[in-house]
Design a protein around this ligand. Structure first.
Ligand code: GLU
Length: 480
């Protein structure tokens, strides 16, 4: 029988959804969709101190903004869908308790009364001697010793007893077999002194309870996997398949972090990236097709994606490539779509509702090739509607000695020239150059700088036509 593919994304809600988490989500989603399986969202909120509902909301918002959906999981803080809930770990505590009791009864786990200070000393000694970070001293406590500890007010954590001999092999789909020496695996805390489960334990119980077939996650979790495998075995659970995704680096070769700029998905949204472009880009951050195809429709991506194409070497996050890709997506939009998609940015810049002057759509058509981000739309076309500051480059152009005459000559010409249209204007202005014995650049550059405040921009004569006579004259006079 063909196995049903079930994947999950299991974030700890302790901050925004970052690029790495977004890629993990995407790969899990793509893999499930590719195989006609299911994708589960599970919130791992067992860290009572660091988990926040704001982070949970940011995770929902980020995943939804990327255009990804989940078949099972929370819909908001109160509602959920799917038969394997709750999908918040803090609402599943009895399930973990039950399994912990089982391990205790079978002698596979034990209470540990060591204090923080004692553990610190044990850890330091272990480091010196290259041993597991806990020495198992509470493994064989007598009932008397346990009672004494309890009487002294110590609350125990529960530890899982790791095998001392042999190796645990993680058969990773991406990395192949990775071997860990059991002697170096510490007896893991599975229940904290506060009574809550630890990540490594809850994760195993839930992945089993939720019938997860493939655990696809970031490479930082590879070192947790041997311990998790031992817990699976002790609980009598069959193993899922594991796939650990390559690390994501910044351009300087160090792990991607705040230092490299925006790292959260919602920051990319705010900067004017398109979700479809970011999704396409993230798909290629550690995965490639044999022919290195770059641009994918969502359908193509689902069709092409498989774990076989995932690489184990670190991937480099390349902001330049992401911006290029975003520009590619923007160029494929109609001018009406460009305006619709950049609505928030246009509103934010005061360009919507539509101001008097050329239609936003016309300007979007004019500048279409130049947009890389949605926020470029108001940035590039705002000068059609309101006054602007001159860029230093424009000021330099306008400071040349002959410019005053050029601009006043142009103003005189354009005051009555008909028709005020692209081609006709070009003809007239070229003639003006010849008459004055000037090279086209000596006229075009100051003209552009005077009416737009910059030295680059839309094609000059169409820009004049769209701006209209009145505004062009006003600006020529202002700059002249
Ligand atoms: N809660 C873990 C994290 O956010 C998930 C690890 C996993 O996918 O197993 O890092």
């Amino acid at each position: 029988m063909k196995e049903i593919v079930r994947t999950r994304f299991a974030p700890s809600p302790t901050g925004h959804l970052h690029i790495g988490g977004a890629r993990t989500t995407l790969y899990n989603w793509l893999f499930a969709r590719h195989h006609g399986g299911q994708f589960v969202l599970r919130i791992e909120d067992t860290d009572e101190v660091r988990s926040t509902t704001d982070s949970v909301s940011a995770i929902f918002d980020s995943i939804s903004w990327l255009g990804l959906d989940w078949d099972e999981g929370p819909l908001d803080m109160e509602h959920e869908k799917g038969p394997n809930g709750s999908y918040f770990q803090m609402k599943r505590l009895p399930l973990y308790q039950e399994q912990i009791q089982k391990l205790l009864q079978e002698g596979k786990a034990y209470p540990c009364y060591c204090t923080k200070e004692e553990l610190e000393v044990i850890r330091k000694d272990a480091q010196k001697e290259n041993r597991a970070s806990y020495d198992g001293r509470c493994r064989r406590l007598t009932d008397r010793q346990k009672k004494d500890y309890e009487a002294s007010g110590r609350k125990p954590a529960i530890r899982f007893e790791m095998p001392e001999e042999g190796e645990t092999v993680v058969n990773d789909i991406i990395r192949g077999p990775v071997s860990f020496t059991n002697r170096l695996l510490p007896d893991l805390v599975i229940q904290k002194t506060t009574g809550g489960p630890t990540y490594n334990f809850a994760c195993v119980v839930d992945d089993h309870a939720m019938s997860i077939s493939h655990v696809i996650r970031g490479d930082e979790h590879l070192s947790n996997t041997p311990a998790q495998i031992q817990i699976y075995k002790a609980l009598g659970f069959s193993l899922p398949q594991f796939a650990h995704l390559s690390m994501i680096m910044g351009p300087d070769g160090t792990k991607l972090s705040k230092r490299h700029g925006a790292t959260s998905v919602l920051e990319y949204k705010e900067q004017g990236f398109l979700p479809e472009a970011l999704r396409n880009y993230l798909a290629l951050l550690g995965w490639a097709t044999a022919e290195s195809k770059q641009l994918f429709t969502p359908k193509e991506l689902i069709q092409a994606f498989d774990l076989a194409g995932c690489q184990k070497n670190p991937a480099t996050f390349d902001q330049v490539k992401l911006s290029w890709m975003n520009g590619e997506y923007m160029r494929a939009f109609s001018p009406a779509d460009i305006i619709a998609r950049s609505e928030t940015f246009l509103k934010g810049a005061g360009l919507l509702p539509q101001l008097p002057g050329p239609s936003l759509e016309k300007l979007a058509a004019l500048e279409r090739e130049k947009f890389k981000l949605l926020k470029d739309v108001p940035d590039r076309i705002g000068f059609f509607y309101r006054d602007f500051e001159f860029t230093p480059e424009a000021e330099k152009v306008l400071a040349k000695p002959e410019v005053k005459d050029v601009l006043s000559g142009l103003a005189a010409l354009l005051e009555s020239f008909e028709p005020f249209e692209d081609k006709a204007l070009e003809g007239a202005i070229r003639q003006f150059c010849t008459q004055k014995g000037l090279k086209p650049g000596q006229v075009f550059h100051p003209l552009r700088a005077a009416v737009s405040g910059r030295t680059e921009g839309p094609t000059l004569f169409l820009m004049l036509e769209l701006m209209g006579r009145e505004l062009v004259l006003k600006r020529l006079r202002r700059a002249g």
